[in-house]
Design a protein around this ligand. Structure first.
Ligand code: C2E
Ligand code: CA
Ligand code: CA
Length: 726
């Protein structure tokens, strides 16, 4: 079922689509480039490779270069030698064509330091200056080695064959060749510099390219991934300056898309989760209606927007379904749930669209209505009752569910949401107390009563702590023998005040309901039980027998909410009372709850050996049909019947019936509230077994009871000394 009026403005706005990370161009800084490890790795390798390649090239080129230079020097030497030779062509070739003088000139003007001239048979014709060892020379000439370099390449021996000279001589020269050395050195140096510059340039270009095409996207990717890890839902994605379609560019684009998709998914999941949590936190799952928290929020909103700003009025209703628990208990939760759903549906349709209907707890609903100028809260209350009028049919069964309604009015009864709701609840409690199926409007009187109850509750706690409770005992008698058969323990609260007496008694009729409502009756009842047993044991020790028997009142709350069997058996152990000296008085109201557990508890109590009496019999829930199954010893006729038995025929009839019913079940019957001789006579005549009442004694403190027991003469008359007691 959809709650049309609720959903619309309470629905949380759906989160906008995930933020598309701001688009900002990314640029790596020079520092990042120079600091990049991968950049260095690649660059150093490239640099070294370049150098090695260039060195290899140099190594290949160098011999060429050297040979060219050698040829050049050789040629220079040849020209010098030719110019030093005389021009005379002789038939006899055993005269050296280079004179001593020419050789000296040659040595002085050219790098040639020494000259040796041979004829065709390699006979030395002349020699001048420094020469290589001539034997070697001859060998070289024979081997055709025309050029020999010194180790340091600064000197060179050259042999010119007759073909070189176009003359029938072989000339060997020893000459300086430092030019060759310098040329070689220059060649290597120049090449080296070019090599380095080139490699450097290539490296820089490489570094920049790596920076731009590799490093930049990789750093970008890294940044984006770190960002995605840190802010998975709202990552600030950075983009490259230019999107490239190379491998890195594509990888980057895919990664960015994934990060964005992931963010979008996460955001969507989160907003779904938030919606779910919101629903769980603010809506009732069964009926789909707003729950109490949401109702409070709406109430606050309505107060602010309509009452404060526009001077409008609101009615707040607290609705409690009467006896809904019975439906649950008898028909099961499944049917109970269906009934609730049906009721929620009817409420929603019974109220105007702008009303807020909420399920506050199991069978409680809250309604908030904005009142129009002529509207009265009563109109809406009637609508709710009308909605409940028609029985609800579930699985062919029809259920008539009643409701109690408490109404508070804003601004008359308050202007704060919690107070208004509390006041509606107070009015609701009043409605429930005053007979169900009614509505009550909050009034300050209720509030005062509630305040009084709270005060009383606080005082009761103090009373328990500070031992302000005491027990009085009202004797009970056998009507036929006149013997005292025990007494009923009645709780008294001596509440200190500023009066002369220093305090006053508070009637149990006033405080027991408060103690019951708060659960405080459990510890109080335990105290009563313990005290009564202790007193009874003390009396037995003084020699009183059956008169020492005590009857203790057990409240329904105590019966169901505490582990009564355990408490009773513990107290029996602790005080050493014989169980037959203890009687527990329960009222018929305990049978309102689950009968089986009630009977089980009663049986367990009975097994402990204590007596059980039904108090105020005849006034409560009629359970006559079950009575036979209950392990009961005594019926206690309520005092209201005794009071009027002689004047009201109905009460007389009831009294008679209870007596004969009790006897038919072999139970003792005791009458309480016996005030007069007439009462006593009537009861005796009807065969009632036992009596208790003001005629004999009111409830008195333990020491007075001891006095009573001592002086009582088994004559159903108060002892002389106590006769003054009303
Ligand atoms: P109850 O159990 O019906 O107790 C009998 C009440 O009638 C007592 O009032 C008693 O003083 C009063 N009463 C006795 N004889 C006469 C009489 O001849 N004429 C009149 N008019 N009244 C008579 P009390 O002591 O004020 O107790 C009131 C109720 O408080 C009790 O009614 C009982 O329901 C409850 N109560 C008292 N003590 C305890 C207790 O220890 N535990 C629990 N759970 N309830 C207690
Ligand atoms: Ca009683
Ligand atoms: Ca009673």
């Amino acid at each position: 079922m959809e709650s049309n009026s609720q959903g619309t403005d309470t629905e949380k706005p759906v989160k906008s689509t995930p933020r598309q990370g701001r688009r900002e161009a990314f640029r790596v800084s020079a520092l990042q480039i120079w600091g990049s490890r991968i950049g260095w790795k690649i660059t150093i390798r490239a640099f070294l490779t370049l150098i090695i390649i260039q060195m290899l090239a140099l190594a290949v080129m160098l011999p060429h270069f050297q040979n060219e230079n050698i040829d050049y020097i050789k040629e220079t030497g040849r020209i010098a030698v030719l110019s030093a030779m005389d021009g005379t062509i002789r038939s006899d070739s055993n005269i050296s064509p280079i004179s001593e003088q020419s050789a000296a000139t040659l040595a002085a003007r050219t790098p040639i330091l020494g000259v040796a001239v041979y004829d065709l048979e390699y006979n030395l014709l002349s020699a001048y200056g420094t020469l290589p060892p001539l034997d070697d020379l001859q060998q070289k000439i024979a081997d055709g080695h025309s050029v020999t370099l010194s180790r340091r390449k600064d000197f060179m021996d050259v042999v010119y064959a007759p073909l070189d000279l176009a003359r029938p001589y072989t000339i060997a020269v020893h000459m300086r060749s430092e030019k060759l050395l310098t040329a070689l050195q220059n060649y290597i140096t120049n090449n080296g510099i070019i090599m380095l510059v080139l490699s450097g340039l290539v490296t820089i270009v490489l570094m920049l390219s790596i920076g731009r095409w590799l490093l930049e996207p990789v750093i970008l990717l890294r940044n984006n991934l770190i960002e995605a890890a840190k802010h998975p839902e709202t990552p600030k994605i950075q983009y490259p300056r230019v999107e490239t379609s190379d491998e890195v560019g594509v990888a980057l684009k895919i990664a960015n898309d994934l990060i964005r998709q992931n963010a979008a998914n996460l955001l969507r999941l989160r907003s779904q989760a938030e919606d779910r949590i919101h629903r769980l936190a603010y809506f009732d799952r069964l009926t789909n209606l707003p729950n109490r928290s949401m109702f409070m929020e709406k109430l606050e909103e309505y107060i602010k927007n309509h009452v404060i700003k526009q001077d409008k009025r609101l009615a707040i209703m607290a609705i409690d379904l009467d006896n809904f628990k019975d439906v649950n208990d008898t028909m099961g939760h499944e049917v109970g749930d269906k009934v609730l759903e049906a009721i929620a549906y009817r409420f929603v349709h019974a109220m105007p669209d702008n009303a807020v209907i909420s399920r506050a707890s199991a069978d409680e609903f809250n309604v908030l209505v904005l009142l129009g100028d002529k509207d009265r809260p009563q109109d809406y209350v009637n609508n709710i009752f009308e909605a409940l009028e028609e029985p609800i049919s579930i699985y062919q069964e029809s259920f008539k569910i009643g409701g109690s309604i408490g109404v508070s009015h804003c601004p008359d009864d308050g202007i704060e949401a919690p107070k208004l709701l509390k006041n509606a609840d107070i009015a609701l409690n009043r409605a429930k107390e005053e007979g169900r199926n009614t509505a009550r409007y909050y009034s300050e009187e209720f509030d005062k009563a509630v305040q009084k109850r709270f005060q009383m509750l606080r005082d009761l706690r103090v009373a328990l702590d500070e031992k302000q409770f005491q027990l009085h005992y009202q004797p009970q008698f056998d009507l036929h023998t006149g013997k005292m058969i025990g007494s009923e323990a009645l709780l008294r609260w001596w509440k200190p005040d500023k009066s002369k007496k220093g305090g006053h008694f508070v009637s149990p009729a006033d405080f027991i309901p408060v103690a019951e409502q708060s659960g405080l009756i459990v510890p109080i009842g335990e105290w009563v039980l313990r005290q009564a047993c202790t007193d009874s044991v003390a009396w037995q020790k003084e020699g009183f027998d059956t008169a020492s028997r005590v009857a203790v009142n057990i409240s329904g709350v105590q019966f169901h909410r505490s582990n009564l069997v355990r408490i009773v058996s513990d107290i029996i152990q602790e005080t050493g009372i014989e169980p037959r000296f203890l009687e527990l008085e329960v009222t018929e109201s305990i049978f309102m709850d689950d009968i089986e557990t009630t009977v089980a508890t009663l049986k367990k109590l009975h097994e402990l050996g204590v007596d059980l009496a039904i108090d105020d019999f005849g006034t409560g829930y009629s359970s006559l049909s079950y009575l036979r199954q209950f392990p009961i010893d005594r019926l206690k006729i309520d005092q209201s019947f005794i009071r009027n038995a002689l004047s009201n025929p109905d009460d007389m009839a009831i009294t008679k019936t209870i007596i004969s019913l009790g006897h038919s079940l072999s139970l003792s019957v005791i009458a309480e509230g016996v005030e007069t001789q007439e009462h006593e006579n009537f009861l005796k005549q009807e065969g009632c077994d036992e009596v208790q009442g003001f005629k004999y004694s009111k409830a008195i403190p333990a020491p007075e009871l001891v006095q009573f027991m001592r002086t009582y003469a088994n004559d159903l008359k108060p002892p002389a000394k106590l006769a003054t007691v009303k």
